[in-house]
Design a protein around this ligand. Structure first.
Ligand SMILES: Cc1cc2nc3c(=O)[nH]c(=O)nc-3n(C[C@H](O)[C@H](O)[C@H](O)COP(=O)(O)O)c2cc1C
Length: 334
């Protein structure tokens, strides 16, 4: 069934990628504090935050442990919780827990390439080659949120071994998720090549989306249906590092509804802010202040995560705040 989209989804043009050990509570909080306008409705830069992925098996087996990991604050809204797994019934039950936690949406991971997830758990990108299970999972998840305002979305890749958008995209669109985010690489490509923003791939995806939207419109007029239902929104993902690149993709692909940014926001919590769009203008003092603020947030929320998580998060972010300053180090050494 095609539903009416929540307003936040219609307004959002950008999103933070779900990233394990990166998009935890402290990082989402920092990005939100730097980038969220008090009045999101008047902001060009309204964006969606995403949690790290959570296993449906883990969540069902030990909900209390995950409740603390899935903690978020109001400023992080709209916030989507990402789940992975392979059993439709477990998705249905886990989604009800996510709904009870007050999330704005639930996202189904159909793109993770990690062997443990794909081979041992038949999850993540394994669902690209098991389309019947993928469809059942989406339907079971939608059933769990029926009658609520929550969105159901899918984040996936453009194929498993080969690019297979001709089969995979229509299969997904037929289930009408509220949002489809496409990481423009296959599972086999991991992150080892440039994302396929070229017209042959992204352009073709938008054509398939247009066909789907036209069919929906036709059905509505055949049924004299005037309600405000809309079809799946499309976000693209992969290798986006600046707001200029985002503008360029919107210019190139007018049917693209939004862009999800992953590694491009490392060390740039101001990425989504309208005021500080251009990272080049951020000076040394601001970078160091952000680093300290981030470290303080990690300290403040350290009980939620294990030591390993906190250390690897701190390590990754430390590097990313100081990386643009490396040339400064070289100058000092010289
Ligand atoms: C450290 C790391 C962790 C990630 N964890 C997840 C995850 O939990 N769920 C997911 O769907 N994708 C995950 N991804 C993939 C990203 O969300 C994104 O699709 C990918 O990095 C490509 O986007 P980018 O080029 O903007 O980084 C992860 C990527 C990285 C680098």
């Amino acid at each position: 069934m095609i539903g009416i989209k929540p307003k936040w989804l219609l307004n959002s043009r950008m999103a933070i990628s779900p990233m394990v050990d990166v998009t935890d509570h402290p990082f989402r909080q920092l990005v939100s504090l730097y980038s969220k306008s008090k009045d999101q409705s008047s902001s060009k830069s309204s964006f969606i935050t995403w949690t790290e992925f959570v296993s449906v098996d883990g969540l069902l087996a030990n909900p209390n442990r995950f409740k603390s990991l899935l903690d978020y604050s109001e400023i992080q809204r709209p916030i989507v919780c990402q789940l992975f797994g392979s059993d439709p019934d477990k998705f249905n039950r886990a989604t009800k827990i996510v709904a009870d936690l007050g999330f704005d949406g639930v996202d189904i991971n159909m793109g993770c390439p990690v062997r443990k997830v794909v081979e041992r758990q038949s999850s993540g990108s394994a669902l690209i080659v098991d389309k019947p299970t993928a469809v059942s999972i989406i339907n079971a998840t939608k059933q769990a949120v029926a009658g609520t305002d929550m969105s159901v979305s899918v984040k996936t890749r453009i194929g498993f071994d080969e690019i297979e958008i001709e089969q995979w995209i229509p299969t997904l669109l037929q289930t009408n998720p509220d949002l489809l985010t496409l990481h423009l690489r296959t599972k086999k490509e991991l992150s080892n090549c440039p994302a396929h923003w070229e017209n042959e791939v992204m352009g073709r995806v938008t054509e398939l989306l247009k066909q789907h939207r036209d069919e929906h419109q036709q059905q509505k007029s055949n049924n004299n249906n005037n309600n405000k239902t809309t079809t799946t929104r499309l976000f693209g993902n992969g290798d986006i590092e600046s707001r200029l690149q985002i503008d360029e993709m919107f210019r190139r692909y007018s049917l693209l509804d939004g862009i999800m940014v992953g590694r491009g926001i490392y060390g740039k919590p101001w990425f989504f802010s309208d005021e500080n769009q251009h990272d080049d203008g951020i000076d040394l003092k601001c970078r160091l202040v952000a680093l300290v603020e981030h470290a303080l947030l990690i300290e403040q929320h350290k009980e939620k995560y294990d030591l390993q998580h906190n250390l690897s998060s701190l390590n990754l972010h430390l590097k990313s705040y100081t990386q643009p300053l490396c040339h400064l180090g070289e100058i000092i050494i010289r």
